[in-house]
Design a protein around this ligand. Structure first.
Ligand SMILES: CC(C)(COP(=O)(O)OP(=O)(O)OC[C@H]1O[C@@H](n2cnc3c(N)ncnc32)[C@H](O)[C@@H]1OP(=O)(O)O)[C@@H](O)C(=O)NCCC(=O)NCCS
Length: 154
């Protein structure tokens, strides 16, 4: 497995596995290729969008690091990073998320980001455990969402 920057041509393949995540009940956002291009691969606030690829070149997962800009829909403090992670269901628990965060962490350091927000559904135990394992700590919660913070400086 290796990681590389996502390119627009990855959108179809990413869309396909996001649809699989919807099918298994692990996602409820749009997953069409246009959504993937606009919100993940080429969003104006992107710091980096990374994919993990298998030896045969197939995409195993995606991680997006954006900068929180004024009026961001997550209510995250301006200047923080905002992270999202999506791993192909049949590639879960193989270290894909870990490899993606290694690349994202480097991008955060290079961009001078000090804190990263991860906002996860409160009923998503694997997502919560994943971010805990990456070193994120809970800093706020609502009835439906838990927000965790990673301190890049530590
Ligand atoms: C959550 C998700 C990103 C984890 O990705 P992954 O590639 O399976 O994670 P990794 O294999 O790198 O696991 C790293 C660590 O995270 C934790 N972890 C990951 N999945 C877990 C699970 N299902 N249960 C408990 N801990 C888990 C473990 O500590 C794991 O280390 P270990 O395998 O040595 O015990 C992936 O399952 C996913 O995409 N889920 C659907 C979308 C989602 O929920 N995204 C995140 C919230 S928005």
């Amino acid at each position: 497995m290796k990681t590389r920057q996502a390119v627009l041509a990855d959108a179809l393949e990413i869309s396909a596995f996001l649809e699989q995540l919807v099918f298994v009940g692990k996602r409820n956002l749009p997953s069409d290729p246009e959504f993937v291009r606009c919100n993940y691969i080429a969003h104006a606030d992107n710091i980096q969008c990374t994919v993990a690829v298998d030896n045969d070149g197939s995409i195993l997962g995606l991680q997006i690091l954006k900068i929180a800009s004024e009026g961001n829909i997550y209510g995250v403090d301006i200047g923080w990073g905002i992270i999202g992670t999506h791993v192909r269901p049949d590639a879960a628990r193989r270290g894909v998320g870990k490899a993606l965060f290694k690349a994202t962490h480097k991008a955060a350091v290079d961009a001078g980001i000090q804190k990263i927000d991860a906002t996860i559904g409160a009923s998503n135990p694997s997502g919560l455990s994943y971010y805990d394992a990456m070193g994120f700590n809970t800093y706020r919660m609502t009835s439906s969402k838990i927000s965790k913070c990673f301190d890049v400086r530590v």
